[in-house]
Every structure is written in structure tokens, then in C-alpha cells.
Write a protein that binds this ligand. Structure first.
Ligand code: ADP
Length: 588
């Protein structure tokens, strides 16, 4: 049973190593040079003490000429050792950053494929930590592996030399290595457990701090600085404790390791003195043995981290490959059918959907949208309007029924066919922390100045941009904080116009925009009407007058269709909604 578990464990590690190697393939040349350098380094390590010993022998025999020769040789060896080390550092750096980049790019690409709901359900720290720190551990693994293997070979070389010099001391060294190995195995398991907790806490802190920075404005307005700081205190404290517990376990092991080392030293000295007094060991030979001691000790510190590194690698790989593959973070699913230009026919046939299996938010909804129509979805807050948009933009899949675009089931369409044909202008669109121009060029690299200005004019944004000191080159701050809500929405409209997507989903801002802003937005939508299929979530009935048709949603069901006038005449639910809004307006 235990054997089986161990075997499975090993297959996992080898599996992870194999997968990691895929990212290192292009840099294997650097890894190879590093390996050669390391072997050279080890050979120098074995030879240097022997040379020193010769130096001592010559010293005692007073052969000055030879002594100078050997001294120069030793000096040369030291220089060579430094050169090898430096060149090796060059290769390591080249290799490390190339591999890290490959992994990080892949992780970033995969994060962008994860279903939006899954991303939202997890703290951003979960992904930030993995794309950051964990990639370092993966990129490091082959470097450390080579380091260990060459180190091990050099220690074997050293041990063989000692075997020829003195069998008893050889066995003492051997015993030391075996004890160290066993202690390491024992400690690694404990260290790994603590490391897992520590990593989780680190994710939490990263996520929390990123939220604190991004939500700083609202935190201040809510006067919630102190409670956020209290929460920060708590999560940082917990991370500190987890870190402390981890380092404490490691220090315990170091303490044990140090004591073992001291015992080794004592044993060597005692044995050395014993053999020297019995004339079974030359003083010079004893000096060689002592100078090898440093290298055996150095394997002890590298052995100390051997298991630690393997365990850390295993954990980092588990966390990264969880994102890259597997179904813990499900990716968006698309079909294979491609269409370059959707005409704009959207049909819902008996669609039901719930965010939770047992709580249907949309219940058996059917409707039809025609190309270039402007249709507003109306209904009480929470009735399911945004959910309809989520399904149209394929962020979620219906539980029952079918959605088609131009008669093709949505689930059969590939990602590009959907994304290239639909733009979503949310209530609070995310504007990237770049210049206004770059916010456009990032979605269309070959965008011309004329195209950009035309889109901004249509979105009623150009005049505002012209009032800015740096015009289109103005940096808008993270999330577009330097822009007003209305300006952000108009910028998003301009983005949609640049992409020229046939279908535009527009989620009207719930927050009351001032009349002028509202007018500008209505004007920009009006500019697009007739040329695009525009679906609007109307939070205020005052804005639906220009729509060709309204679709009324009530508690997840279709409760009516028609123009504002038609619904007002025949539909009691709509009448009630209208009355309610009139009352609200009167209150203001
Ligand atoms: P509307 O846009 O009409 O205000 P929504 O479509 O946003 O309504 O919401 C419909 C229902 O679905 C609400 O009860 C809301 O709480 C729920 N809901 C919306 N988004 C999610 C989500 N991501 N996860 C779980 N429930 C959600």
C-alpha cells in the first residue's frame, strides 16, 4: 500500500518534471552548458585538495621550485573555478528568465480562458501568486537538479578518495550522509505541510492587498479605512504566523543538521588523532581529509534543501498545472463552427438557466431578435435581464433550451465567431490604465487615426477628448478612474464601434447619470441605430422610447413584447413598472 502510494507520488513528480521540461525545451542549450560548467566545477573541487596536499608535502621536503609550481597551479585552479562559476551564472540567468517567461505567458493565457464565473468566485491572489512566485520554483527546478546531481557526483569522487586514504574515516563520512538523508526525509514532509498553509495565506494576502488598492476610493468614501486595516492586520498576521511556523520547522532541522555536523567533526578529529598516534596516518593525509570535509559538509546543506526543493516544486507545479490543465478552474467551452459576419438574428428557444442547478433564474424564455433592431429589455431589478446578456455573450451556458445566432446554435460557434461579433458595454466598463489611444489600439493594432476619431465622434466622446491637455494621449488611470461613469461608457461604445461587431449589448448604467451625460449616451446609441443589432438593458423606462421594441422580463419569465405604447396600453406588469418609476421620479 505504502509502496503504491510512493510510486504514485514519484509518477506525479516525474509527470510534473516532464511537463515543466516542455517550457525549457527551447533553452536546453543553456542548460547543457550549465551542466558542463558544473561538472568542471566538481572536478576542480576534487582535485584542489589533492594539489594542496602535494604543496604540503613539498613544503616539508623543502623543494622550493616545485612548491612555487604547485602554488601557481592552485592559484590557477581557483581562478578557473571563479571563471566557471561566472560563466555558469550567465547560463543560469539566460535559461531561468526564458523558461519563466514561457510559463508565465502560458499561465496568463490560461487565466484568460477560465470561465468568468470561476474567476469571480476565486480571489485574484490565487492567480497572481501562481503566475508570479510559483513560476520561479518551476523555472528553477532543472538548475537545482543539475546542481544536486553534479554535487552528488563530486561527493562520490571525494568519498572514493577518502576510502583510499582511510577506511574508518570513510565510513564515518558515509554514516553522516545516511543520517542526514534520513533526517531530511523526515523533515521534508513536515516542512511541506507548513509550506502549503503558508502559500494559501500568501494568496489571501495578495488578493486582499490588490482589493485594497483597487477599492481604495470606495473604502475611503465608505469611511471603512479602519475596518480594512483591521482585516489587513488579521490576514497579514496569519501569514506571518504561517511563515514563522514554516521557518521554525526548517530551523529545527538546521539545528539537527548542525549537531550532526559537529558530531562528524568530533569523530574525524578523534579518529585522525588515534590513527596519527598509531602512525597509521600521515599528518599530510589528515590535512587532505580535513580539506575534503568542507565539501562533504556542503552536500549536507544542499541535501538539506534537496527534499525541500522537491516538495516545493511539487506544490508549485500542482498549483500551476491546476490552472494549465485539469478541471479545477474550468475553461470556457466553444464549438468549432466559424462564421465571419453574423447578420444579427438572435433566437432564444425555451431557454432556462440558473447560476445554481436548483435555482432557475431564467424560466423557459423564448424570443426573437432581428438584424439591426434596437431592443430594450425591461423589468424589475433582479428579474434576469443581465443574465440574458451573460448567456448571449456565452459567459454561461443554458441548462435547457437553445440559443441560436443566424440559426446556428451558439454552443457550436467558435470563440472568435462569438467575440468578433458581439460587444458588451457594461454599466461600469473596465478601461485599461493606458492612454485613450492605446485603449483603442490594444483591441485593433492597425487602427488609423481617422477610424479612431470617427468612432469617438459617433460615441460623442471626441469633443470631450479634445478638451484634455494631452488629447488622445491622456492616461486614464487604473480602471479608467480619471473618467466619469458616462465617459467610460462612451469610451466602451467607441471600442465597440472600432471593433465593428454586429451585435452590441448595452447595459445602461443604473446610477442616475446627469441629464447631459444621459443625452450624450442616448445620442451615441442613436447614431448606431439601424446599422447594428443593439440590445439594451434599460434600467429607466425614460430611455426606451427610441427602441424599436421592448421585451419585458418578470421574475425570469417573458412577460410581454411590443413598443412602449403597446405595452403601456395592454400589459398590467408594464403599467405597474411605469407607475412605480413615475412615482420615483416625482419623489426626486
Ligand atoms: P437584472 O439584470 O434583471 O437586475 P440579473 O440577471 O442580474 O437581474 O439577476 C437575476 C438573478 O440572478 C438575481 O436574483 C441575482 O441575484 C442572480 N445572479 C446574478 N448574477 C449572479 C451570479 N454571478 N451568481 C449567482 N447569482 C447571480
Amino acid at each position: 500500500m505504502l509502496k503504491k502510494k510512493n510510486e504514485k507520488h514519484l509518477t506525479t513528480i516525474f509527470g510534473y518534471l516532464k511537463k515543466t521540461y516542455q517550457y525549457a525545451k527551447n533553452s536546453k542549450k543553456h542548460l547543457f552548458f550549465f551542466l558542463i560548467g558544473n561538472i568542471l566545477y566538481c572536478i576542480i573541487n576534487v582535485i584542489a585538495p589533492l594539489l594542496s596536499a602535494r604543496q604540503i608535502l613539498y613544503l616539508t621536503d623543502e623543494f622550493w621550485e616545485q612548491l612555487i609550481c604547485v602554488t601557481l597551479l592552485i592559484f590557477g585552479t581557483e581562478i578557473l573555478r571563479n571563471v566557471v562559476m561566472n560563466v555558469n551564472n550567465y547560463f543560469i540567468n539566460k535559461y531561468f528568465y526564458a523558461v519563466k517567461k514561457n510559463i508565465q505567458l502560458d499561465v496568463s493565457a490560461k487565466i484568460l480562458q477560465i470561465q468568468t464565473s470561476v474567476l469571480q468566485a476565486n480571489s485574484s491572489g490565487t492567480f497572481i501568486e501562481r503566475a508570479g512566485n510559483d513560476t520561479d520554483t518551476l523555472a528553477d527546478i532543472f538548475i537545482l537538479g543539475i546542481d544536486y546531481i553534479t554535487h552528488l557526483i563530486s561527493v562520490i569522487g571525494v568519498l572514493i578518495s577518502i576510502l583510499f586514504l582511510n577506511v574508518a574515516i570513510f565510513f564515518l563520512y558515509l554514516l553522516f550522509i545516511v543520517l542526514l538523508f534520513l533526517a531530511q526525509k523526515f523533515a521534508a514532509k513536515k516542512i511541506q505541510e507548513k509550506n502549503k498553509i503558508r502559500k494559501k495565506k500568501q494568496d489571501e494576502v495578495s488578493g486582499f492587498l490588490s482589493e485594497l488598492v483597487r477599492g481604495a476610493k470606495d473604502i475611503k468614501l465608505l469611511n471603512a479605512e479602519q475596518s480594512f486595516l483591521n482585516k489587513a492586520d488579521k490576514v497579514i498576521q496569519e501569514l506571518g504566523e504561517a511563515n514563522y511556523s514554516w521557518t521554525r520547522t526548517r530551523s529545527w532541522f538546521r539545528f539537527l543538521n548542525g549537531n550532526l555536523r559537529d558530531l562528524l567533526d568530533l569523530g574525524i578529529l578523534l579518529l585522525g588523532i588515534y590513527f596519527i598516534t598509531r602512525k597509521e596516518l600521515e599528518v599530510a593525509t589528515m590535512l587532505i581529509i580535513l580539506s575534503y570535509r568542507g565539501q562533504i559538509i556542503s552536500i549536507s546543506s544542499s541535501l538539506e534543501s534537496f527534499y525541500d526543493v522537491i516538495k516545493r516544486f511539487e506544490l508549485a507545479a500542482e498549483r500551476i498545472f491546476e490552472i494549465l490543465e485539469g478541471d479545477k478552474y474550468p475553461k470556457e467551452v466553444f464549438g468549432n463552427t466559424q462564421i465571419s459576419k453574423i447578420e444579427g438574428n438572435i433566437s432564444f428557444k425555451n431557454v432556462s438557466f440558473g447560476y445554481e442547478e436548483d435555482d432557475m433564474v431564467l424560466k423557459n424564455i423564448s424570443f426573437q431578435i432581428h438584424p439591426n433592431e434596437t431592443v430594450s429589455f425591461v423589468g424589475k431589478s433582479g428579474s434576469g435581464k443581465s443574465t440574458i446578456f451573460n448567456l448571449i455573450s456565452s459567459l454561461y451556458q443554458p441548462n435547457a433550451g437553445e440559443i441560436t445566432f443566424d440559426g446556428i446554435p451558439l454552443k457550436q460557434l467558435d470563440k472568435t465567431s462569438i467575440r468578433k461579433n458581439i460587444s458588451v458595454i457594461s454599466q461600469n466598463p473596465y478601461i485599461f490604465n493606458m492612454s485613450i489611444r492605446e485603449n483603442f489600439t490594444i483591441i485593433k493594432e492597425d487602427l488609423t487615426e481617422t477610424e479612431m476619431i470617427e468612432a469617438c465622434k459617433m460615441a460623442c466622446l471626441h469633443d470631450f477628448i479634445m478638451t484634455l491637455k494631452n488629447g488622445y494621449d491622456t492616461i486614464v488611470g487604473e480602471g479608467g478612474v480619471t473618467l466619469s461613469g458616462g465617459q467610460r461608457q462612451r469610451l466602451a461604445i467607441a471600442r465597440a464601434l472600432i471593433l465593428k461587431t454586429e451585435i452590441i449589448l448595452f447595459d445602461e448604467a443604473t446610477s442616475a447619470l446627469d441629464n447631459e451625460t444621459q443625452y450624450e449616451i442616448q445620442k451615441s446609441i442613436h447614431n448606431m441605430q439601424g446599422e447594428y443589432t443593439i440590445l439594451i438593458i434599460a434600467h429607466r423606462l425614460s430611455t426606451v422610447i427610441n427602441s424599436d421594441r421592448l421585451i419585458l422580463i418578470d421574475n425570469g419569465k417573458l412577460a410581454g413584447e411590443g413598443t412602449h405604447q403597446e405595452l403601456l396600453k395592454d400589459n398590467p406588469i408594464y403599467q405597474k413598472l411605469y407607475e412605480l418609476e413615475l412615482k420615483e421620479d416625482e419623489k426626486k
